[in-house]
Design a protein around this ligand. Sequence first.
Ligand SMILES: Nc1nc2c(ncn2[C@@H]2O[C@H](COP(=O)(O)OP(=O)(O)OP(=O)(O)O)[C@@H](O)[C@H]2O)c(=O)[nH]1
Ligand SMILES: [Mg+2]
Length: 237
Amino acid sequence: MFVLGPAGSGKSLFVKNFSAYLIDEGYRVRLVNLDPGVLDPGYEPDFDIRSLFTVEGIMREKKLGPNGAILEAMSRLANIDLPEFMDADYILFDTPGQLEPFLFRDTGKIIVGKYVDACCLFLGDLPALRGNLTSFFLYALAAHYTLGADTIAILNKVDLLSDEEVNEIREILRSPEVLLGKKPSNVKEEMDIELLKTLRQFFPPRRVPLISAKTGENFSEVLTILYEIKCVCGDLT
Ligand SMILES: Nc1nc2c(ncn2[C@@H]2O[C@H](COP(=O)(O)OP(=O)(O)OP(=O)(O)O)[C@@H](O)[C@H]2O)c(=O)[nH]1
Ligand SMILES: [Mg+2]
């Protein structure tokens, strides 16, 4: 599982707490940190890109800025063998918040392609997203297309919302027209509704878990979706 998402969406905390959940469920889990810039991911990785190179090291060596150094780190990673962990039921890959190498370059696809059964969990910071659900799903779709792997869109930090706000989000996912509470009055609003309707085909509402990486809320939904997409007999609707 490649855990992707914008900076601060909760990838590292998700890797930490979802792995603990999977272990509790009886699975053998391995953790891989692919973020060369992180100081402390908050968990003990079984493989850590920082054992090979760090953002700081590359910045010095190549005289690059932090973004350039992350791109360079990912290119290097694409050219080396990564551990296979044949003994694991699940391998969780934590990734940098800088999405370029995964969404706009070949490197992400090459890295993900090293694993036959790879899938992508695309996390969004729900309280920060609010009115930007459309762009979140577009990015998740870009991950799906670019990486060529099953992608689950996940809305994180649900613990920071009130029950009322959570219900509103669920309602919008079910019926995008609710987004406006009225008929669209301009092209942007029309586009939002049409896009959300289309995106629903790729990310059906019941397949968009609203989770908390902090409390573990709705982790079971993520596991259920994983069963479905990885089981040939699964219900893909
Ligand atoms: N309340 C709450 N806070 C969360 C949740 N998930 C993550 N956080 C907090 O959000 C901040 C960012 O979390 P990280 O796990 O570091 O996010 P990240 O996506 O790995 O960030 P980058 O690696 O910098 O891109 C931290 O302060 C986390 O404690 C959540 O579900 N609920
Ligand atoms: Mg992180």
